[in-house]
Design a protein. Structure first.
Length: 209
């Protein structure tokens, strides 16, 4: 079963508290989403493997550590996931960026792919899928399946807030994908919105309604 890490760091909890407030405007919301993604990325990369490398300091030669082998990629789910990309890149500047676009069919309520552009060597990379919210889990499950269909094997999912229903669905669909979550909320309401949540992340990031 996949590992689910709910961040308990005081800085993340503080920033999510400000995110949730109805009076927080788009500029501050965008900044906070990026900062939270950066802090979560620190935790999400905890298990990356290291290799020894010989270097020379101003004093002498020594053995240091560097990331081993696999390169990284961050793949936001459009459009709200874009808000998390800069935060991840602040921690991993060399990461490549892919994009996955999904919309929900209003009749079937199923996610439909409309865009997918990934780094050419994505199958050989450690991939972090990012989206601020994990509600029903539909979009995340579909996005991760799209990656698997293209040969990607090492996938992690990062979000800012999640509902228990979404986590359960994700674990059933993708038991091999670890999840890093800023805050675990209470439930989904009858409209599929996370409670207490923070509203529509895309609208709040981009100032649209």
């Amino acid at each position: 079963m996949s590992k689910v890490v709910v961040m308990d760091h005081p800085l993340i909890q503080h920033k999510i508290g400000i995110l949730r407030r109805v009076e927080t405007g788009s500029k501050d919301f965008r900044t906070l989403i990026g900062e939270i993604a950066m802090l979560e990325c620190y935790e999400a990369t905890r298990d990356l493997q290291l290799a020894d490398v010989e270097i020379e300091t101003p004093i002498c030669k020594t053995t240091a550590k560097e990331l081993k082998g696999k390169k990284l990629a961050v793949v936001p789910i459009l459009r709200a996931g874009l808000g998390m990309v800069d935060g991840v890149l602040a921690m991993i500047p060399a990461a490549k960026v892919g994009h996955i676009g999904l919309y929900r069919n209003e009749e079937t309520l199923e996610p439909v792919e409309y865009f997918c552009k990934l780094p050419a060597d994505c199958a050989n990379r450690e991939v972090f899928v990012v989206d601020p919210m994990l509600a029903t889990g539909g979009s995340a499950i579909a996005a991760i399946q799209m990656l698997k269909n293209r040969g990607v094997k090492n996938i992690h999912f990062m979000c800012v807030i999640a509902a228990p229903e979404g986590i359960k669905k994700m674990q059933e669909a993708h038991p091999d994908v670890d999840m890093i979550i800023g805050a675990l909320d209470d439930h989904l309401n009858e409209k599929g919105y996370i409670v207490p949540g923070l509203g529509d992340a895309g609208d709040r990031i981009f100032g649209t309604k």
